[in-house]
Design a protein around this ligand. Sequence first.
Ligand code: NAD
Ligand code: TYD
Length: 356
Amino acid sequence: MDSFEKKILVTGGAGFIGSNLVNYFVKKYPDYLIVNLDKLTYAGNLINLRDVENAPNYRFVKGDILDKSLLDKLFGQYDFDTVLHLAAESHVDRSIDSPDDFVHTNVTGTVNLLNVARKYWPNTEGKLFYHISTDEVYGSLGDTGKFTEKTCYDPHSPYSASKAASDHFVRAYYHTYGLPVIISNCSNNYGPYQFPEKLIPLTINNIIHNKPIPVYGRGENVRDWLYVEDHVRAIDLIMHQGRNGETYNIGGNNELKNIEVVEKLCEVTDEFLGRSPIGISKKLIRFVKDRAGHDWRYAIDINKIKTELGWQPAVRFDEGIRKTVQWYLDRQDWLKQVTSGAYRNYYDKMYKNRGL
Ligand code: NAD
Ligand code: TYD
């Protein structure tokens, strides 16, 4: 164990961003030990990690961040110096249907991790607790303006409220106990391994199967989209060069209305599937009842991370979306596997509720 240069606990490493991050870190840093703790909820799948599952610097532990004795055991066993905390319930629609899991995992789970880090890190030199969070903690923008690191928190959904609470706890542990922490707040990610209930993979999956594409309200809400690999590169940089106690906003400089995203996906998927005329899948679009409390617009000012750490998005949306569509078309086995079983019931119920 001591032969590793760093010993990193990644939580939620079988989910969308987590698995992209684990795949990247295990390959890029053979001298770092990566221990991935994941409960494997509907959103976490070990097939996301096939490429690294036998790597000598990788371990997987199936477990819950609510299990305090497991956290204690893992810190005792591995002597972590870094926590990259991604485990969360992450879907706004689910948080509206049943907020409790969001409070348990996102708030209590985060506090459990902070407590165990504090217990095992009496000497804080070389230690870092890094919380991966969302721009949704800042609430909703009107037609102008951007979120900066100084924007006041104003979460609207149970999901964003739970992430805001966990961010506050992370900062409280920095101020009260001197725990070394960093938080980053990122905009909407897209790319491989995203569970197909979020807008982009859901739309691609539905186009493949000629199923209706639900667009909430008039599809005019705006999101800022970032290719997941760019997010992982930002996390890598922040982990190594970010300043203790700081917050970094991460975004794609890429604001789009939901309807623009869905129409683009129809065109690219039609092109790759050889459907004619290109764009014919737009006939699948259905404007459905709006999401309760639907945030209007998110946009990120990335000036801080750009000037301090030299990060900016590298993958343009046009390129990222083509890579993403191609990935889902190539990995229909993956789509099939992750949408079978318990998830099926949720999906069917959701569609019924939306009158589809
Ligand atoms: P995801 O839902 O795809 O993955 C979450 C992972 O956490 C899953 O593997 C799940 O099994 C695991 N998990 C859930 N509850 C757990 C528990 N109690 N104990 C252990 N593991 C548990 O989420 P994601 O999209 O990869 O997001 C990862 C993190 O990044 C989250 O904290 C999210 O808030 C944040 N984030 C996401 C986005 C985005 O666009 N997806 C943007 C900004 C920030
Ligand atoms: P989503 O991918 O759930 O991410 P978030 O809510 O965290 O931004 O949704 C992205 C946007 O797409 C959001 O404005 C809601 C909208 N949306 C739809 O219009 N239809 C859908 O089926 C889904 C899942 C989302």
